[in-house]
Ligand binder design. Sequence first.
Ligand code: HEC
Length: 201
Amino acid sequence: MKIFSRFVLGVSLVIFLLMGLPAIAQAQPEPAELAKAVEEIENLDAMRSDLAAYLEAATEPPTAETMQQVCKPVGMKAMQLSQDNGWQVKQMATKYRNPAHEPDNLHARMALAKFEQDPDLTGFWEPETLDGITGIRYYRRINVEASCLACHGAKNSRPQFVQDNYPQDLAYDFNVGDLRGMYAVFIPDVKQAIEEALSPS
Ligand code: HEC
């Protein structure tokens, strides 16, 4: 009986894999597009680090204006990347400053937990369905650097504009090396299918 039920289980697993795998393989976007997403996110992350380092190194005291020039532009660039590529590029954090950056589903929460548990994990891909649209999502960790602490350090030392504009702020009391959050890039399959159908073969 035990052997029989194992056999049934084994056969169902094989059938399940045979049914599921080709669909998954077909659905995945081109490797070149995945590589492009990874590259764009590296650029985006470098942009933030550069802006923060620039602000930290500035000899003149930062003005309300220059203070806004670190993470807001990252959000704007993420929006631009979404529009240009047909992706959905987001930043997310458990302790978020902008409520728009709250993790948007259970998978995103699990991804943040995974990064939290494994400091060596830089990024990974996962099949995802968002609003009924199937696709794949790339997650990339964001770490806290020394230059981030000016705005994400001790609660009481946050700049005035942060205290004024983000009354629900949770993104403080970080230390260097902490996980600050992650980027999440959703690449839908359908867009791929449409592009393939339209492009001359
Ligand atoms: C000059 C102040 C300032 C500095 C320096 C700064 N940030 Fe931010 N950060 C902000 C503000 C303000 C927001 C909210 C932006 C928005 O409304 O989208 C934010 C948002 C974020 C977010 C999006 C998630 C959330 O909490 O809303 C991440 C991730 C982030 N910062 C990471 C970093 C990292 C990493 C560094 C250092 C490399 C850094 N920040 C340096 C001010 C700053």
